[in-house]
Design a protein around this ligand. Sequence first.
Ligand code: E4P
Length: 220
Amino acid sequence: MRLFLDTADIEEIREINRWGVLRGVTTNPTLVEREKQDPERVWKEILQEVDGDVSLETTEPEAGPMYEQGLRLSQMGPNAVVKVPMTPAGLQAGSRLVKDGVRINVTLVFSPAQAILAAEIGAYIVSPFLGRIDDVASDGMYALRQICEIYEVQGYETQVLAASLRHPMHVVEAALAGADIATLPFDVFTKLVKHPLTDVGLQKFDQDWNALQRELKGGA
Ligand code: E4P
């Protein structure tokens, strides 16, 4: 499962990039708004920083303008992936973009039925939003497992990207379910690396190593 960062913050991207595990980035209008900068500048900087797919989201509500905007976004870099929402307009614009050879990510997906539509238009990525499904007292992980199973049974090539992940167990469960990609907010990424036994173990190794250095010095 490839790990993406769900952010438009270039410093967060640089930090995780240094770990050697970053395979892509997803952005959305809310994340870009937080940067308080010209969106084009934000997107360009991310596209240059990341050696992997970067999803840029369309904001036009109607199919025609959404398609035009999607084309422009796709030309921003070879690693640009165009996000379209799971709406009739999104499907219409998305299927035109696919025919033009643009890689699209169908976003705001909350059900297996919607995921079937995304695969049928030849989307490159489908993004089920697990955390937001959980927020309405439903089971996001169950929806993800169903989507992965349907894609497997049907032989769909669209990649399943587990989105709206809120904690490390979401990531682990998404991997078990067979998701191709998981996109994580920065804080979830940093929690993934943490384990109290790692800290305790490191402290003990450190103490023992220092004790050995003292013994060797004393014996000399
Ligand atoms: C995915 O591409 C979305 O940007 C994201 O995962 C949404 O997550 P949220 O529900 O935490 O806003």
